[in-house]
Ligand binder design. Structure first.
Ligand code: NAI
Ligand code: MG
Length: 364
């Protein structure tokens, strides 16, 4: 029997509600498909910081390295300095573990009435590939004389040929397994050095994939097209910050941020990859048991796919779609179902119904 060592990090806020439900679904599907998850919990995040002065222990990365994958909620609390969570946990793991692919599917689930009138699950079905290790978010900057009237602040983006080439190759290879179309979302008309270089290197890689159609689109136009013509996208290749922003828009056109899954992937498998919903710790609804757990559960499906349990991953996505098709909705979608009820319904689907291999957009 295959066994996988999973590090579970709830983080903060609704992480404490959705990660346990996600694990319940993962254990249910593991039983069904005959593999085992050996889960170890780590109480890290902003809550941990309040007590210990850091988001994880000094040897936290060494600890995580022993695992096959990391199943993560979100970090951040209103009373903790919000410049810290990314630096001390999220980006620390993503960069040290070379999780340079942030894989974010955008797909309208069965039965969901999204905000885009007349758009179906066929129209809204693409993946945002966000470069996850460099770009605008490298925290390469300084505040100088911040308290004086002459204060100056900088954040200098970093783009390397190495970093651009590897995310571009990943995207074109992914497109070959999908509808063979890559859109590079950029802003090289104004970021005339960094993103012009980004475009140039991507263009060179694109030339190596003549079977994949390639197009460049500026982020302002892309934002409009996410809403007006989502059907034109297949693989959206973009930078760290643009991808961060566009994937929340992706969540919105799926109906709720609570539906969006993601994988922070180290394709070479030198390090464990980390799976988390696209949203944050949602302190405004934390502790009420009403968070939408589907982005977290779908992230679990991405994790199974990455671990090689492809059929189980497809079964989780089918079960999610069966439950959304039944009309079960949490408060973010105007419903009254609790986090727990949605999780139970998905587990029941996995237990009671024949599971088919789906053409799931879980492939990472
Ligand atoms: P957020 O994504 O936590 O919340 C935005 C809005 O969406 C809120 O109204 C929230 O209630 C709603 N929402 C989010 N997830 C939901 C779910 N599963 N079900 C129902 N409603 C949901 O973003 P916000 O408010 O900007 O940030 C809150 C905290 O989370 C901050 O400390 C921020 O730094 C942190 N954060 C952490 C991330 C991570 O750990 N990867 C990512 C994004 C934000
Ligand atoms: Mg974000």
């Amino acid at each position: 029997m295959n066994r996988y060592k999973i590090a579970a990090v709830n983080g903060d806020g609704i992480g404490h509600e959705i990660v346990p439900v996600g694990l319940q679904v993962l254990n249910t599907v593991a039983d069904r498909f005959g593999f085992q998850l050996e889960v170890t919990h780590f109480p890290w995040g902003a809550g941990y910081y309040r007590e210990h002065g850091d988001f994880m222990p000094a040897d936290g990365l060494d600890t995580l390295r022993q695992f096959d994958a990391i199943y993560f909620g979100a970090v951040g609390l209103p009373d903790v300095d919000d410049t810290l969570p990314a630096m001390l946990y999220t980006f620390k793991v993503r960069t040290n573990f070379q999780q340079y692919v942030n894989y974010r599917p955008v797909k309208l689930l069965a039965g969901i009435e999204g905000p885009l009138r007349n758009k179906t699950g066929q129209d809204i079905d693409f993946v945002v590939i966000r470069e996850n290790n460099e770009g605008e978010f490298v925290q390469n900057g300084k505040i100088v004389h911040g308290d004086s009237p002459y204060g100056v602040a900088t954040d200098t983006s970093v783009f390397t040929r190495f970093g651009i080439e590897r995310i571009a190759h990943y995207s074109f290879q992914l497109a070959r397994r999908r509808r063979k179309h890559v859109t590079n979302v950029t802003k090289s008309n104004t970021l005339i050095h960094s993103l012009a270089y980004w475009d140039r290197v991507i263009g060179e890689v694109a030339a190596q994939y003549p079977d994949v159609t390639y197009r460049k689109m500026y982020v302002d136009a892309a934002s409009a097209n996410f809403v007006l013509r989502p059907e034109i996208f297949d693989v959206v290749l973009t930078t760290n910050m643009i991808g961060d922003i566009l994937s929340d828009l992706g969540g919105a056109i799926m109906g709720s941020l609570g539906y969006g899954p993601s994988g922070n992937i180290n394709p070479e498998r030198t390090f464990p990859s980390m799976f988390e919903p696209i949203h944050g710790s949602a302190p405004d609804i934390a502790g009420k048991g009403i968070a939408n757990p589907i982005g977290q559960i779908w992230s679990g499906a991405l994790m199974l796919e990455h671990l090689g349990e492809t059929e189980a991953a497809g079964a989780v996505l089918s079960a999610i779609n069966a439950v959304t098709a039944q009309g079960l909705r949490t408060a973010d979608m105007g419903g009254t179902a609790t986090t727990q009820q949605v999780g139970e319904a998905i587990c029941a689907e996995l237990r009671n119904h024949a599971v088919h291999r789906s053409h799931a957009h879980v492939s990472a």
